[in-house]
Design a protein around this ligand. Structure first.
Ligand code: CO
Length: 431
């Protein structure tokens, strides 16, 4: 390579932010005493099932101390402590309505009945014989972001408690369309009524059109059996739609011509709008993003930092994510990794040198359909202050001159949001 080409490459790299001066950043630490003693003892043995390092035990889901019961409610994935885009199965957020059932796969059956030519009953082995697909999809609770309804904003908010009711997994299963074809749909069939095998007999209404499109009857998560708390042995995966319709511990699907209007889609998961109208069947999750570093309650120092975060949309691929370093006045494009996949989480990154001055940082995602995230004001022009679900306004983080990071959302004029009674444990998990 000649000198000219090398210089070209270097300047290209600099433009892309590939070469950064780590000014005032990295501490010159000493080697700790005894660090090499580990090499003088034999390590542990082979073992049948892996465990993470004992030094990683603080990377756990967040369970609100306000919950009245841990059988119904939610807990949050620790977003700011994770890397990449796959959520470890053990840290996938939870949302239950009647605890986690202990289903023995030998006794497991899935029944498809109602408006079909041939009612069918499948064992787990039957399902596993059928053509399978593996896809990476996010699952997001309809109540994700619910802390954004608080006014004034919660100053103890972390990235986990802001948006940790989203997780992203590789799901394997059989397309529901194959099972429905096998059963044979009768004339007039329009809806499916999936029911879970939990103590709440959790039941929803799923339009046939979506079921025939991309819904999976899934039995594996990240390469192994689905975790009990995510629906072992079989759950629905309904890509891009709110988590609450992705029925876990799936035991029965009734084919009908009308929705069932179950308790799980009338007492919950309906939306109150600013004009007083209430909508049911709001399934698609609008685009969202969250900066996970630096984020609430973290502490940073002057100098270089890679701003990192996650973005996703229930409408399709994320097209771009923008970062503001000046409280929303100007926006710059972040890089995305890996190449965005439809209905899957993508990671965004932006190289930044913090000059030590107080500022507010934010991110906003755009999807391939042109949807983006509203500001707080725009969001509440449409949605009622006392709604519980589908919050996707831009999350801001304020960085103080001391490097402390706190919730940067604004206090809005007007009546404060009314959240559910403390400990009710709705989808938001900690209201
Ligand atoms: Co909804």
């Amino acid at each position: 390579m000649n000198r000219r080409k090398l210089l070209q490459l270097l300047s290209k790299g600099a433009a892309a932010g590939a070469f950064v001066k780590l000014s005032g950043g990295l501490a010159q630490s000493k080697i700790p005493q005894g660090a090499t003693d580990i090499m003088k003892v034999l390590g542990t043995t082979l073992r049948e099932y892996g465990e993470r390092s004992e030094f990683e035990k603080d990377v756990i889901r967040y369970i609100s101390p306000n919950l009245r019961s841990r059988h119904t409610g939610a807990d949050f994935s620790p977003l700011e402590k994770l890397d990449g885009v796959i959520t470890p199965s053990s840290l996938h957020f939870e949302r239950h309505h009647g605890g986690v059932p202990n289903v023995n796969p030998a006794d497991y059956r899935l029944v498809i009945h109602g408006m079909v030519e041939r009612p069918l009953m499948f064992t787990l082995q039957d399902l596993k014989r059928l053509p399978s697909v593996t896809r990476t999809y996010f699952i997001e609770c309809a109540g994700n972001g619910q802390n954004g309804y608080r006014n004034p904003p919660d100053m103890t908010l972390t990235a986990t408690r802001s948006r940790g009711l989203v997780s992203n997994s590789s799901w394997t299963g059989v397309p529901l369309s194959i099972l429905l074809k096998e059963a044979g749909l009768k004339e007039g069939a329009r809806w499916l009524i999936p029911e879970g095998q939990d103590a709440a007999a959790y039941t929803r209404s799923l339009p046939l059109e979506k079921a025939l499109d991309d819904v999976l009857v899934a039995y594996a998560q990240n390469g192994e059996a689905i975790r009990p708390e995510q629906g072992y042995p079989v759950r629905l995966v309904v890509p891009g739609w709110e988590g609450s319709i992705q029925v876990k511990w799936l035991r029965r699907i009734q084919v009908t011509d009308t929705p069932v209007m179950s308790k799980d889609e009338t007492s919950e998961y309906t939306d109150v709008m600013a004009d007083g109208k209430i909508y049911a069947f709001t399934w698609v999750m609008d685009p969202e993003s969250i900066i996970t570093y630096p984020s609430g309650l973290q502490q940073i120092s002057r100098g270089f930092h890679e701003i990192r975060g996650l973005a996703w949309s229930g409408h399709g691929r994320i097209r771009r994510v923008e970062i503001s370093l000046d409280g929303g006045k100007t926006w710059k494009q972040a890089s995305l990794e890996p190449a965005p996949d439809a209905l899957s989480v993508v990671r965004f990154k932006y190289n930044w040198v913090w000059d030590g001055r107080e500022t507010v940082i934010m991110s906003r995602a755009w999807d391939e359909k042109g949807n983006t995230q509203p500001t707080q004001e725009e969001f509440f022009a449409k949605w009622a202050r006392n709604n519980r679900y589908h919050y996707n306004a831009i999350q801001a983080w304020r960085i103080g001159a001391d490097g402390k990071v706190v919730n940067g959302d604004k206090t809005l004029a007007g009546a404060p949001a009314r959240l559910g009674a403390v400990g009710r444990g709705g989808c938001g998990g900690e209201s």
